[in-house]
Ligand binder design. Structure first.
Ligand code: ADP
Ligand SMILES: Cc1cn([C@H]2C[C@H](O)[C@@H](COP(=O)(O)O)O2)c(=O)[nH]c1=O
Ligand code: ZN
Length: 191
């Protein structure tokens, strides 16, 4: 589904929250970058944030698995997003699952200032459990896009991120070395 750059306007107000969720490799970051680059082309002021801890591909840029990228500001809490993003027109946030539980309220405050807030994050962790602030963000968003990866076992649409290494920690940064997207049947080893 394609998104227009402008929300329905009542007077000058155009704030909104969009969430892009799904498993690893489902295209969340690519969709986030696509929307943010279109906002930049439209000459809107855009501020992009990611968790400071996410240094997988780059210290500062948001980078997709296909190495598409866009510059961002790494921050260590959602309060920094409120501080640094309050005077812009569009705020983008990647890897939102790693932020604290205050993130939904921060996004709400930004949207109420008239800002278009676009968030990408994992809806489920490797155990298939809701991940961090994403469920609460899904509840308050105007627009939710759930994207699917391709199951690495059977080729069906994949909604789970299966961890291929033995490690029970909820947070374990990684890519194809430690995760593969799987469909419901393959994730649960059915059939
Ligand atoms: N199993 C897979 N299913 C879908 N895309 C995959 C898979 N493995 C690698 N990719 C690549 O990953 C890209 C998506 O990367 P990205 O947007 O960073 O995903 P996400 O942020 O959801 O992890 C796809 O365009 C595709 O080229
Ligand atoms: C499922 C799961 C993932 N992670 C980590 C692994 C990656 O570093 C990111 C997700 O990145 P992507 O852009 O969505 O591919 O999250 C984790 O720490 N714990 C998990 O359960
Ligand atoms: Zn499968």
């Amino acid at each position: 589904m394609l998104f227009s750059e402008q929300n329905f306007r009542r007077g000058e107000f155009c704030g909104s929250i969009e969430v892009i969720c799904g498993s690893m490799f489902s295209g969340k970051t690519e969709e986030l970058i696509r929307r943010l680059k279109r906002a930049q082309i439209a000459k809107l002021n855009v501020e992009i944030f990611k968790p400071k801890t996410d240094t997988r591909y780059d210290e500062t840029a948001v980078v997709s698995h296909d190495l598409n990228s866009i510059q961002s500001t790494p921050v260590d809490s959602s309060s920094a997003i409120l501080l640094l993003g309050a005077n812009t027109q569009v705020v983008g946030i990647d890897e939102a699952q790693f932020f604290d539980e205050e993130l939904p309220e921060v996004c709400n405050k930004l949207a109420l200032k008239g800002i278009r807030v676009i968030i990408a994050g994992l809806d489920m962790d490797f155990q298939g459990k809701p991940f961090g602030p994403i469920p609460a963000l899904l509840a308050i968003a105007e627009h939710v896009t759930k994207v699917n990866a391709v199951c690495m076992q059977c080729g069906s649409p994949a909604v789970y991120s299966y961890r291929t290494v033995v490690n029970d920690a909820k947070i374990l940064l990684g890519e194809k070395d430690s995760y593969e997207p799987r469909c419901r049947a393959c994730y649960n080893a059915l059939g």
